[in-house]
Ligand binder design. Structure first.
Ligand code: AMP
Ligand code: MG
Length: 333
């Protein structure tokens, strides 16, 4: 069997950029490897097959295009224009922006509110937007939670309106997975053997399940190296959310970038969760939501939604759905 080893390493960067590396790629020299920086992370594209050059170019164009729509740091992106016009005007946006927001609304419903793109004002209050971290007062949190409301995201044809001026959206929990879906849609236009795209904790693997099998490493959330490995065949999306990607520590307590919308506080029920799914946007949104929901609720919901998950609690004790167990192995110690 053509077995290839990928180690996924999410760098601990307190200043705010989360990065994923393929430490040890496949040794097959047939692969064209390209790294770009976009979507606030290093993106690694590895492709084999006759049309690898043309496919790489098309993938990069797709990433830059979607980043131009979703990036809330760029003032001209769709997301920034929606946020800057909150409480005022509906904003005409690209159809991809309508699509991702509609999907985010579905994910909000499916996860009982754990996935919530209207969380942006709270993330900003904690300093996760500008990376100037602080623990807000309870009254500030309570006040700001008034402006976290998915029902205030109004889609009017090709326009989007947020009802209140204080409201904002943040697609950070779903944009990478959604972009991987869009990339997967264009891959059949090219003659390719295998594709691996590693985008800051979200991975697309694409290829013939009979001919390739991949070993994906799960980063140790509390140390260097990996804590476990998953064997995956065929085309899949693998998405990880963890409290080591962006966080700060105050008075010995860790506060991470994933917020529980029901409290306005960073979630701390588990420290990492990986989702294997058939859709990139779904796996991405779900890994964020499962991080908020914690072990029991996530296992229950994963079963209903037919996705596989593997997570770790604060003692680094793993939990996973039943079907994935046969494909998992853990590192000693
Ligand atoms: P991920 O790494 O995919 O789990 O996404 C984390 C990012 O999603 C954060 O940096 C925020 O931009 C955003 N976010 C934080 N909390 C939530 C939440 N409860 N629902 C949706 N997005 C969130
Ligand atoms: Mg996510």
């Amino acid at each position: 069997m053509n077995k290839k080893l990928i180690f996924v390493l999410l760098l601990i960067v307190i200043i705010g950029v989360s990065t994923t590396f393929l430490l040890k790629g496949n040794k097959n020299s047939d692969f064209l490897s390209t790294d770009i920086y976009s979507m606030n992370t290093i993106i690694q594209i590895k492709i084999s097959g006759r049309d690898k050059e043309a496919a790489t170019e098309a993938i990069i164009n797709e990433i830059y295009f979607l980043n131009g729509k979703f990036d809330d740091f760029s003032q001209v992106s769709d997301v920034s224009r929606i946020n800057n016009n909150a409480g005022k005007n509906p904003v005409k946006v690209d159809k991809a922006t309508i699509d991702i927001i509609s999907k985010a609304i579905d994910c909000y419903k499916i996860t009982n509110g754990a996935f919530n793109i209207s969380i942006a004002p709270i993330s900003e209050l904690w300093g996760f937007k500008e990376n100037v971290y602080k623990v807000p007062s309870e009254s500030e949190i309570k006040q700001t939670l008034n402006f976290v409301n998915m029902n205030d995201i109004i889609i009017l044809g090709d326009k989007v309106l947020l009802k209140k001026i204080e409201e904002a959206i943040d697609l950070g929990g779903v944009a990478k997975g959604y972009t991987l879906d869009k990339i997967k849609e264009i891959l059949p236009n090219y003659n390719l053997k295998s594709v691996i795209i590693n985008m800051g904790g979200n991975i697309l693997i694409y290829g013939d399940p009979e001919r390739s099998s991949w070993l994906i490493g799960i980063k140790n959330p509390r140390g260097d190296g990996i804590i476990g490995k998953i064997t995956i065949k065929g085309s899949k999306f693998i998405s990880t959310s963890g409290d080591y990607e962006r966080f700060f520590i105050e008075n010995g307590k860790r506060y991470c970038h994933i917020i529980d919308p029901s409290t306005g506080y960073p979630s701390d029920k588990i420290i990492s969760v990986t989702v294997i799914s058939e859709k990139g946007y779904f796996g991405d949104a779900l890994s964020t939501a499962f991080f908020v929901l914690g072990k029991e609720k996530s296992l229950e919901l994963a079963k209903t939604l037919n996705v596989e998950i593997i997570g770790f609690d604060e003692n680094l004790t793993p939990f996973s759905t039943e079907r994935i167990k046969k494909d998992l192995s853990f590192e000693e110690g």
